[in-house]
Design a protein around this ligand. Structure first.
Ligand SMILES: NC(=O)c1ccc[n+]([C@@H]2O[C@H](COP(=O)([O-])OP(=O)(O)OC[C@H]3O[C@@H](n4cnc5c(N)ncnc54)[C@H](O)[C@@H]3O)[C@@H](O)[C@H]2O)c1
Length: 427
């Protein structure tokens, strides 16, 4: 593939057809003849790679009403951004997100940057007439999320769509769990128990990356992992949390400054470099909270980056009058279902291998038993967003859903500051 082009601004369109990759043959591409959906992505590291994979793959797997085109990638370091664009298949490069947003050959802006830039980029992109996909958490504060949601609502009136990237809704097993709950298979819900456990911070020598600084990340394990499990719990329960009672903790308060850019969850430390010292961690390392759903069902949440041995253990269990469901992201093709309506002597959790064509998203993939992985959630996210754009329907989850999660996170922080007092979720 040729080096992606770097444009000097919105006028400097690539020599190839607008949005087309330099070496692509658009007529031979899947979905040829369908209107293109030209994507511009900001940020190209962990989520940038995952979203690139989603956009690259989705049109090859699903029959879509529009043809996604990886039109332009934005990163602040031109050389690094060009290299990422080449690696991930983007046709052009920008080094300022404002230039990306101003391009008239971009239909959708995909935001894969830390939370401190979500609001500014999303609001500008919506004002410029673009659809928006924004990574979670929607913003760093409730006020930002409210501004973004207002902008999204106004833009929806102009035919634009804005979605937040809670990709764990798009694991076939969780989507199928939602279907079972919505069909009443659990009956009245009593409990939701959910943990999201990682261990990449357990080493006190791990450096002070942006994820550990409030001004960049908004909060720590709470906004990063807690946002996912709050969204998933509310999505599966089909109702919002009414209030929470919380504890948060920062176990290691000083960490070495980073020795260079972080890569996903990994980063090099500058320890040992003369003159380089440590900095203060300004976010939570872990958050533990209980909650009450509007219906009266109770919930328990735990989000931590210190659960040694747990790498990406998102586990959720729902108990209802008629049955229970259990899911573990580290075994994501499986859903466990206990149905109390069968013969008592045969009762017990049974494993459903969620790989049948009747299961969500699976009819486009492999024969039964040939499982999917983490990356497929981003393909499904792209699929659902393209359909929402083509149909002009509200995306799921919308910015309003992202705002509601933000309000739960704010209630958790408020409760933790007030000795765990039960704190209603605003709105
Ligand atoms: N959905 C998920 O499962 C999931 C997983 C990890 C992270 N996230 C979210 O994705 C977002 C990004 O996280 P990440 O893990 O990809 O981080 P990362 O550090 O791996 O990548 C961040 C990228 O943003 C770029 N960037 C930062 N500020 C920028 C700016 N002003 N203009 C242009 N580029 C800028 C960086 O150069 C880098 O390319 C965060 O909101 C995070 O919470 C979601």
């Amino acid at each position: 593939m040729e080096q992606p082009q770097q444009s000097a601004g919105p006028e400097a369109a690539p020599e190839t057809a607008p949005g087309a990759a330099p070496d692509a043959a658009p007529d031979a591409a899947p979905g040829a003849g369908k209107p293109p959906l030209r994507v511009g992505m900001v940020g190209y590291a962990f989520m940038g790679a995952a979203h690139s994979q989603g956009w690259r793959t989705v049109g090859h797997v699903f029959d879509l009403p529009r043809r996604p085109v990886l039109a332009a990638l934005c990163g602040r370091d031109g050389a690094a951004a060009r290299s990422a664009a080449e690696r991930h298949g983007w046709a052009a490069v920008e080094t300022d997100w404002r230039a990306l947003v101003a391009r008239d050959d971009i239909d959708l802006v995909d935001i894969c940057t830390p939370g401190d830039s979500h609001a500014e980029i999303a609001v500008a992109a919506l004002a410029a007439g673009k659809h928006v996909l924004c990574e979670k958490p929607l913003a760093n504060t409730v006020a930002e999320a409210e501004t973004m949601t207002r902008a999204a609502e106004e833009a929806y009136g102009r035919g634009q769509v804005a979605m937040v990237g809670f990709n764990y809704r798009r694991v076939p097993a969780t989507a199928f769990a939602r279907r079972l709950v919505a069909d009443g298979r659990l009956g009245t819900l009593r409990h939701v128990r959910v943990t999201y456990l990682q261990d990449w911070l357990a080493d006190p020598a791990f450096p002070l990356t942006w994820r550990l600084r409030r001004e960049h990340a908004g909060s720590g394990a709470l906004g990063d992992l807690g946002a996912h499990i709050v969204d998933l719990a509310q999505y599966l329960a089909g109702e919002p949390l009414a209030g929470v009672s919380a504890l948060t903790e920062t176990f290691v308060r000083e960490r070495p400054l980073p020795g260079g850019p972080s890569r996903g969850l990994a980063a090099g430390s500058a320890t040992g470099t003369p003159g380089v010292s440590t900095g203060t961690v300004t976010v939570d390392d872990a958050a533990v909270f209980t909650g009450r759903f509007a219906s009266g069902a109770l919930a328990a949440f735990e989000a931590t980056r210190y659960a040694t041995g747990r790498k990406n253990a998102l586990r959720i269990e729902l108990n209802g009058e008629r049955g229970s469901l259990a899911f573990d992201l580290e075994r994501l093709n499986e859903l466990w279902f206990h149905d109390t309506t069968g013969p008592g002597a045969e009762a017990g959790f049974r494993r459903i291998l969620v790989t049948e064509p009747e299961h969500p998203y699976l009819d486009a993939w492999w024969p039964p038993g040939h499982g999917l992985g983490y990356e497929h959630t981003f393909v499904h996210q792209a699929r659902d967003l393209v359909h929402a754009i083509a149909a002009g329907t509200r995306p799921d989850p919308s910015f309003a859903d992202g705002l509601q999660v933000q309000r739960v996170l704010a209630a958790v922080e408020e409760s933790a500051e007030k000795n765990s007092v039960y704190t209603p979720v605003a709105g």
